[in-house]
Ligand binder design. Structure first.
Ligand code: SIN
Length: 277
């Protein structure tokens, strides 16, 4: 029966699970979909090994979870597949995507719900892991007065310093996205609260003086990056990571220069972050 042989194994008690017994190149039946969906909701990021996917199959897997997202600025997309980002670093690279803690495109008005990264080539001497952090845990482990303070705040998430500044890209029409989101967001599926600020995109807490905003953001970022909230995925060629951008942030480790690492990312659209008390 569909989904019967799927096995979900936790990577750490806090975040991450490896799923085996499913071939993602084949259309996903309802039972398999539900197992993967529920594992993602529980573990925030799920991993698959030994997958062989075409771009169409990669996109079809993503579409089971929602409409696909088109990146607001990236020029590194696969020809004829604007939904498929190329994630690549080699001896010519000046930066890599995601080398700072972030949730994907949080500067969008409706930031992506999830991202599905398929790594095809890994560096020969190791390295290039991806780290993931549990942002529910980051929220839940703040003291009660700080949780109350953060629940009343919103922050600006700006694409310009990253895409225009660090990456030197030119925006599509209308400029880089810049939006205001709650500092604590309620997950639309689980109903749990997660801290929603990240070093890459969050530039300012609304209503605070700059020095207050800088200090609070630095404190929240450092707290969210606590090692106990994290798991770390060691890629092999043909592995996939599927993460929930609403409850987890991630960090791509660029410790393998000048070696090459290459893969493709399909991103699933999300909805506007909200806070429900
Ligand atoms: C990303 O942020 O999508 C890139 C993550 C990675 O390359 O590990």
């Amino acid at each position: 029966m569909d989904g019967q042989s799927i096995d979900v194994r936790k990577l750490t008690p806090c975040i991450g699970a490896e799923i085996s017994g499913v071939d993602l190149a084949r259309p996903l039946g309802n039972r398999s979909f539900q197992v993967i969906h529920d594992a993602l909701m529980e573990n925030l990021v799920v991993f698959f090994r030994d997958q062989e996917l075409t771009h169409e199959q990669h996109k079809a897997f993503g579409r089971r979870f929602g409409e696909l997202h088109i990146h607001p600025s990236s020029l590194s997309v696969v020809a004829e597949h604007p939904e498929v980002l190329i994630i690549k670093a080699d001896e010519k690279s000046k930066y890599v995507a995601g080398e700072e803690w972030h949730t994907d495109v949080s500067c969008d008005l409706e930031p992506p719900m999830g991202s599905i990264l398929y790594i095809k080539e890994v560096p020969p001497d190791g390295g290039g892991d991806t780290l993931f952090a549990n942002m529910y845990r980051a929220y839940e482990t703040l003291s009660a007065p700080l949780r109350r303070l953060c629940e009343g705040l919103t922050a600006i998430h700006d694409g310009a310093p990253v895409y225009g500044g660090r990456f030197g890209q030119t925006p599509k029409a209308g400029g880089f996205p810049r939006n205001e989101h709650p500092v604590v967001r309620t997950h639309p599926v689980t109903g749990r609260k997660a801290l929603y600020v990240n070093r890459n995109f969050t530039t300012r807490i609304v209503g605070l003086r700059k020095n207050e905003s800088d200090a609070l953001l630095e404190m929240l970022w450092r707290h969210s990056e606590t090692p106990e909230f994290q798991c770390r995925f060691a890629w092999r060629a043909n592995s996939i990571a599927f993460w929930d951008n609403r409850s987890a942030m991630h960090h791509a480790m660029w410790d393998y220069f000048p070696h090459r690492r290459m893969g493709h990312r399909v991103t699933v659209k999300g909805d506007r972050p909200f806070f429900r008390a």
